[in-house]
Design a protein around this ligand. Sequence first.
Ligand SMILES: [Zn+2]
Length: 345
Amino acid sequence: MKKAHLLAEVLHKVGLTRGLNVFWGRDRLTVLAYHRIIEWDTPEFRDYEPVVSATPAMFEQQMTFVAEHFNVIDLAALQAYLFDNKPLPERPLLITFDDGYLDNYQNAYPVLKKHGFPAVIFLVTSRMDDPARLWWDVCGYAFRATRKNSAALPYIGQQPLASAAERRAARELLMLHLKHIPDEQKQAEMQQLCAALDVSLPADERLFVTWDQVRELVANGIACQPHTVTHPIMTRVSYDEQKRQLTEARARIIDETGQKADAFAYPNGAPGDYDAATLRALRETGYSTAFTLTSGPMSSSAARRHPLQIKRVYLGYRDSFEVFALKTMGLEAFIDRAPFVPGEH
Ligand SMILES: [Zn+2]
């Protein structure tokens, strides 16, 4: 990881960031994909750190970079461009957050406010009522909280757990196996995991925003849009279930906020995580716009042709400032030009 950071620093210094800026031009659409904004390298942090995108200090630095190089737009401006032929400013950039973590409200929102930046938060709507951990954070918590030096775990058998490195290795191995398990089963598997690790989850902890906070965010330029009810990967559930997730999440947000809710972010968002049937389900349930986690930016005209597959820049907790700058200027999208899933229209 250190090497990658050094390389990024060198590439940034020799002007690759500027070169990418020229390569992508003025009418590219950049959409940043954040999850959590929180200090993760502390004893107080007890969840799954790979879901963190930046510390509050890093986020502040990143927003300053954004202010210098981009014109931040809101969802309405993007949709006016996509569907009503309205112009976008040069180098438009949309800031998005997935899942609806409480730290978006506590740590990101004040920084956005300071810069006058609008944004979008994609909510897992079941979490506003039941703010407990989703399965990946249960996994994160259980491996941090356990006092066991070894344990027999579901799927991966007996594992050493004496050191932080061993606990992390076991966690990653288990998460690899869980990738192939249907989502509704995962939450149940987590109970087994907690039993095997002799851990009980704190009952009264809130990890996600409340509906009152959602209303405050919406009133202050932060659109809150659906990210399903329970966060299944769409291609792992039936067509009917996809439609139920889309319909219920959308209806709930409209009901709670009165704003329109026709933009979606795919859970996981990689090419195999949605398909032509998902695109159809989106159209049939009233969505016009959807965001993937395929590397962006993309040309604005490509976004107009593929409004259900808008690419984003995925930001990670280990990104140095230089990595952030290179990603945001489009290094990953330059290297990896992922094709679109057919069936958009
Ligand atoms: Zn998500």
